[in-house]
Design a protein around this ligand. Structure first.
Ligand SMILES: Nc1ncnc2c1ncn2[C@@H]1O[C@H](COP(=O)(O)OP(=O)(O)OP(=O)(O)O)[C@@H](O)[C@H]1O
Ligand SMILES: [Mg+2]
Length: 260
């Protein structure tokens, strides 16, 4: 991959937290490059530094060493061409669904009128066209998470960062969300960096899966997911899908046994 193709470049990134117990290197010498339009997942055990990495890419946390570039520019603060979906939907309870989707537009001081149609289109895309005037507490957890996906897309960011967005959902809703996210990704041509604990989820959604190990957080393996797209529920019954999930599972188990 040439530098020109890269929408995200993380070079020799280290992040050290300082607490009363002393310094803790959460991410150490991590390198990562995403090509424009790719869907890449990061899979790793709890505490290995996934959210820390995402926070630095989002411009919410400074790097201790190394650098992070989005579209060829160093990241120093949150950027308008990056959208974020957190593990919890974090919706404002006093605002309607449409009102929540429009929050980034107001934060960026853009004209809400210019984005009203896009807001309607996005709510349609995430299957919530009929819920624009509802309030978050009238929605299920899956519906709330779809609102937060629409909110992350409203200002048309080139890069979407998703930190375990489906972690709190039941298994059935979660699989439906995979299909919806794939549709959104295929139709909007975003680049996605997706964090998950779930091997089946990472394999279903991704072009590449990057495996992280802890202490310090770093990428130890890359698996190219060569399943054809669009993927469907039937994909999960295919031998190639099972083989990819199995290979990654075996690799995790052997790393655990070796204490790495
Ligand atoms: N603000 C902080 N101060 C000190 N240490 C922190 C802070 N935030 C995270 N850490 C530590 O850094 C390491 C990485 O944390 P991080 O939240 O990035 O992990 P994670 O891979 O996202 O875990 P999970 O899968 O449980 O969400 C952990 O050991 C954690 O205890
Ligand atoms: Mg995390």
């Amino acid at each position: 991959m040439t530098t020109a193709d890269a929408i995200l470049q993380v070079q020799d990134l280290s992040v050290v937290y300082h607490s009363s117990r002393g310094p803790h290197t959460a991410v150490g010498d991590l390198n990562l490059t995403l090509r424009s339009g790719e869907f890449v997942s990061i899979l790793g055990p709890s505490g290995c530094g996934k959210s820390t990495l995402l926070s630095v890419v989002a411009g919410l946390l400074p790097a201790s060493r190394g650098r992070v570039m989005v579209s060829g520019e160093p990241v120093r603060r949150p950027r308008p061409d990056v959208g974020i979906v957190f593990q919890k939907p974090t919706l404002l309870p006093w605002r309607t669904v449409a009102g929540n989707v429009m929050v980034p537009i107001e934060a960026l001081r853009r004209s809400p009128r210019d984005y009203a149609e896009r807001c309607r289109d996005l709510l349609g895309l995430v299957g919530l066209a009929a819920f624009a005037e509802h309030y978050p507490d009238e929605l299920s957890g899956g519906m709330q998470q779809r609102v937060s996906i629409a909110r992350a897309l409203i200002h048309d960011p080139a890069l979407m960062l998703m930190d375990e967005p489906f972690g709190a959902l039941d298994a059935m809703t979660r699989e439906r969300m995979w299909l919806e996210l794939q549709d959104i990704w295929l139709s909007s041509r975003k680049t996605v960096l997706f964090i998950t604990h779930s091997i089946p989820e990472a394999v279903f959604l991704s072009d590449r899966v990057l495996v992280m190990a802890s202490t310090p957080g770093r990428i130890v393996q890359e698996i190219v997911i060569d399943l054809p797209r669009p993927r469907a529920v039937q994909t999960m019954a295919e031998p190639r899908y099972a083989a990819l999930c199995g290979d990654i599972r075996t690799m995790f188990l052997s790393r655990m046994e070796q204490g790495r």
